[in-house]
Design a protein. Structure first.
Length: 84
């Protein structure tokens, strides 16, 4: 099974030693996530669908995304607390 295309700010917090969170690293993770989304959309066909999945950590967002069929026309933005 192919994994759906996902952009997740938490992925940008990962280091070889594990996930490291600071206010500054979190802000940079979100900036990088938005930039990745913009790059993806610039290259995407007009029929591209973006699904923003938000909620508290541990709610099952990533699990739900992983259960969706992979599609070249769908990208998932996996975002806990996107307003922060």
């Amino acid at each position: 099974m192919t994994v759906p295309t996902t952009i997740n700010p938490d992925d940008f917090l990962e280091t070889p030693e594990g996930r490291v969170w600071t206010v500054e690293r979190n802000e940079e993770a979100w900036r990088l996530s938005y930039a990745a989304l913009e790059r993806t959309l610039e290259l995407a066909p007009a029929s591209m669908r973006v699904v923003v999945v938000c909620g508290i950590q541990g709610a099952g967002k990533s699990t739900w995304i992983a259960s969706q069929p992979a599609s070249p026309f769908t990208i998932y933005f996996d975002a806990a607390l996107p307003g922060v």
